[in-house]
Design a protein around this ligand. Structure first.
Ligand SMILES: NC(=O)c1ccc[n+]([C@@H]2O[C@H](COP(=O)([O-])OP(=O)(O)OC[C@H]3O[C@@H](n4cnc5c(N)ncnc54)[C@H](O)[C@@H]3O)[C@@H](O)[C@H]2O)c1
Length: 276
C-alpha cells in the first residue's frame, strides 16, 4: 500500500512506546486514527500528540474478545473503514520456565497472543469485505524468533504470535486478498515494556521471585540502550509501503537467524543471540 494519506489506522497499546510512535507517525502521514489501550491517561496524551486529523480513542483490554469487537465496531462505524491494523499491545514477565505460574502465562498469552488473535477475528473479515488494500502489523519480538533463558513465558507468547502472523499472511495470499501482513520483531526499544507490571490485572498478580527480578534488570538494561520508538515507526511505514513480512529492527538478527538454523539442523541447542 503506497498512499496512507486519508486512510484509517487502528493501533492497540497506543498509550506508550512503540504504539504511541506508530500513532504519531500515522498522523503525520495524514491517516485517521482509532487508538486503544488499557491506560486512559497515556491514551489521552497520545491522542493529543497525534492530533493532526481525526483521532478516536477507546479504552480496550485486548485480552477481552468483546472489548476488541467493540473497538472494531467503533472503528468501522465511525471512521468508515480500516486500512492498517496494528496489534501492538504487549507485556513482559521474566523468570525461569519452572518458576512461572499459571497467572503469568494467562496474562502474557492473554495480551501477547489473544490480543493478536482477537484483533484478527474482529477486524480481518471486515477488512476483506471492504475489498481495499490494507495491512495488518502484529508486534511480535525477537523473542518470537529466538527463545532465550529468563523469558520463556514471553517467548512462548511471542512465538505463537509470530505463527499467527505467518499463517494469516499465507491464508490471505492463498485466497488472493489485497491485505498484507507484517510481523514486527523489535530488539531493544526505549519504551516502558520493563514496567509492564503497572498494567497487570490484580487477579493475575503473583509474588516476585529472585529470577524474575534478575530478568527484569536484564530487560531494563536492553530497553534503556534500545533504539527510539520513532525509528521503529519509520520501519513499519516502510514495511507497509514495501509489503515486507518480516521486520527486524536491528540488523544483527539476520545473522542470528542463520546461526540458529544451522545449529538446529545439526541437532544442537541454539546459542543465545547477541541481543541488541
Ligand atoms: N521495547 C522493546 O524493547 C520491545 C522489544 C520487542 C517487542 N516489543 C513489543 O512491542 C510492543 C509494544 O510494547 P512497548 O515496548 O511499546 O512497551 P510499552 O509498555 O511502552 O507499551 C505497551 C502498551 O501496551 C498497553 N497494554 C498492556 N496491556 C494491555 C492490554 N491488556 N490491552 C491493551 N493495551 C495493553 C500498555 O498500557 C502500554 O501502553 C509489545 O507487544 C512488546 O512486547 C517491545
Amino acid at each position: 500500500m503506497l498512499d496512507l494519506s486519508g486512510k484509517v489506522a487502528v493501533v492497540t497499546g497506543a498509550s506508550s512506546g512503540i504504539g504511541r510512535a506508530l500513532a504519531v507517525r500515522f498522523a503525520e502521514e495524514g491517516m485517521g486514527l482509532m487508538l486503544a489501550d488499557v491506560d486512559p491517561g497515556g491514551l489521552a496524551e497520545t491522542a493529543a500528540m497525534a492530533g493532526h486529523g481525526k483521532v478516536l480513542t477507546q479504552i480496550t483490554d485486548v485480552s477481552d474478545e468483546n472489548a476488541v469487537q467493540h473497538l472494531a465496531n467503533r472503528a468501522f462505524g465511525e471512521l468508515g473503514a480500516v486500512h492498517v491494523l496494528c496489534n501492538n499491545a504487549g507485556v513482559f514477565q521474566g523468570g525461569h520456565m519452572w518458576t512461572r505460574t499459571s497467572e503469568d502465562f494467562a496474562w502474557l498469552l492473554g495480551v501477547n497472543l489473544w490480543g493478536v488473535l482477537h484483533g484478527i477475528q474482529a477486524f480481518v473479515p471486515r477488512m476483506i469485505e471492504q475489498d481495499t488494500e490494507g495491512h495488518i502489523v502484529n508486534t511480535v519480538s525477537v523473542a518470537g524468533l529466538f527463545a532465550a533463558p529468563y523469558s520463556g513465558a514471553y517467548s512462548v507468547s511471542k512465538y505463537a504470535a509470530f505463527a499467527a502472523s505467518q499463517s494469516l499472511a499465507q491464508d490471505l495470499a492463498l485466497v488472493g486478498s489485497k491485505l498484507r501482513v507484517s510481523a514486527l520483531c523489535p530488539g531493544g526499544v526505549k519504551t516502558q515494556i520493563h514496567r509492564s507490571d503497572r498494567v497487570r490485572p490484580a487477579d493475575l498478580a503473583v509474588a516476585r521471585t529472585r529470577d524474575d527480578l534478575d530478568a527484569g534488570a536484564i530487560i531494563e538494561g536492553l530497553v534503556e540502550k534500545g533504539i527510539a520508538p520513532s525509528i521503529v515507526a519509520d520501519q513499519v511505514v516502510d514495511a507497509i509501503h514495501e509489503e515486507r513480512f518480516l521486520v527486524l529492527t536491528h540488523p544483527g538478527y539476520d545473522r542470528g537467524l542463520r546461526t540458529q538454523t544451522e545449529r538446529l539442523l545439526s541437532g544442537g541447542l541454539p546459542d543465545l543471540p547477541a541481543y541488541e
